[in-house]
Design a protein around this ligand. Sequence first.
Ligand code: HEC
Length: 119
Amino acid sequence: MAAQRSSGYSAAVALAAALLLAGGGRTAAQEAVGDVEALLRQKGCHACHAAKETLLGPSYEAIAVMHAPRRDVMTDVLAEKIIAGGAGNWGVAPMPVNARVSIGEARVMAAWILDQAGP
Ligand code: HEC
């Protein structure tokens, strides 16, 4: 489990870093985190999600806590749900289709969200 978890995370960081090769200067990890937050903003996720407060959708922290027991498979599951939208896990409001998100972007965002469970 632990090995799968860390390799999934590394893959996401590597992907995010690869998207950012032109960035230069900071470390790959810093680039990855900075980039994911910018990506979430750019894709409009912040309209319905915040770090710790519930908006129309659940907070990133709540999502990470809920899915922590199945962290290893959830990067892929959440990535697909980010693109396709869906309902039923959190309440009555559905998440709409996010058609402007690629599967690679969705996996990077899902991995980042799953890391927001906090200390
Ligand atoms: C119009 C509002 C809205 C937008 C925009 C939105 N979401 Fe959501 N999101 C929701 C709602 C509502 C839920 C809860 C769905 C449910 O109950 O299963 C949700 C759930 C989620 C979940 C958890 C799914 C689960 O099954 O636990 C993730 C991860 C997520 N959103 C990521 C994103 C990302 C990344 C973006 C941007 C590409 C985004 N959302 C854009 C409303 C939104």
